[in-house]
Design a protein around this ligand. Sequence first.
Ligand SMILES: NC(=O)c1ccc[n+]([C@@H]2O[C@H](COP(=O)([O-])OP(=O)(O)OC[C@H]3O[C@@H](n4cnc5c(N)ncnc54)[C@H](OP(=O)(O)O)[C@@H]3O)[C@@H](O)[C@H]2O)c1
Length: 266
Amino acid sequence: MQLTGAVALITGGSSGIGAATARALASVGARPLIAGRDAERLASVASETGGVALQADLAAPDGPETLAEAALRESDHIDLLINNAGIGWAGPFGELTKAKVDELITVNLTAPIQLTRLLAPGMAQRRYGRIVFVSSIAGATGVRDEAVYAATKAGLTCFAESIAYELADHDVGVSVVFPGAIDTPFFERRGTPYHRRRPKPIAPEGIAAAVLEVAEHDQSEAFVPAWMRFPARLHGAAPGMFRALAAQFDRPPKPGKAAGQPADPS
Ligand SMILES: NC(=O)c1ccc[n+]([C@@H]2O[C@H](COP(=O)([O-])OP(=O)(O)OC[C@H]3O[C@@H](n4cnc5c(N)ncnc54)[C@H](OP(=O)(O)O)[C@@H]3O)[C@@H](O)[C@H]2O)c1
């Protein structure tokens, strides 16, 4: 995909990975449509990037429709849809409320599926476009204490894998990006700080670069950091061994101590 001049709708563009992606896209001459809820942060990213702020709550029943309509009022076509908005939750499964389960599934899984349903037909008709899904290493392996979050990301990954076959028939590409631990407000907002000594969270610009790279070079997936592909591959090739290692390393931390798990919890 030629990114210069491309119209890109980025969900979760008001913070973290999405804001970094909007900046990276603007720096190569793309036109970012920046979606989120927080009007002030949206306006700030929009003015920094010369993009357009689109306010929509993806947890609301008509959130994806509202956003797709607003995006198509700004531009008669979308070249690049980056399904990035997401929320986390970590802790014992028994402590999750029904409302939080619903919110996790709606924002992380239902909304990207609905946005794809709304915007992919336009791309297919033009025989041009790409949809990038920001998943998580948690969705590739499963992670202790993040069962529902991991399930939403696994669902997102499998949706992307599946829809890619259909969209390829119309020259529309699909990519999945798997972040490890990224230094954004994500952990603070989910209410549980990142507690592991390693891997150290990396800057969101690393994910933004991967998003641009998969779009520009028609790649189906990227792990960031790149070594994160090894736990994912080990889980696929030797799940028993992966589980034994994860159980060994991913014990809950003792009070005041960090766990030594090699994979990212998000
Ligand atoms: N940070 C990590 O370590 C990490 C690791 C793996 C995967 N990820 C994934 O990366 C993606 C981006 O996360 P991040 O780290 O950049 O987190 P972040 O800084 O907390 O940003 C999350 C973004 O999602 C938006 N969002 C949340 N709920 C929304 C809703 N109901 N409606 C519309 N927008 C909503 C937020 O918008 P407002 O602030 O405007 O509400 C914000 O722009 C997420 O899908 C996350 O699961 C992150």
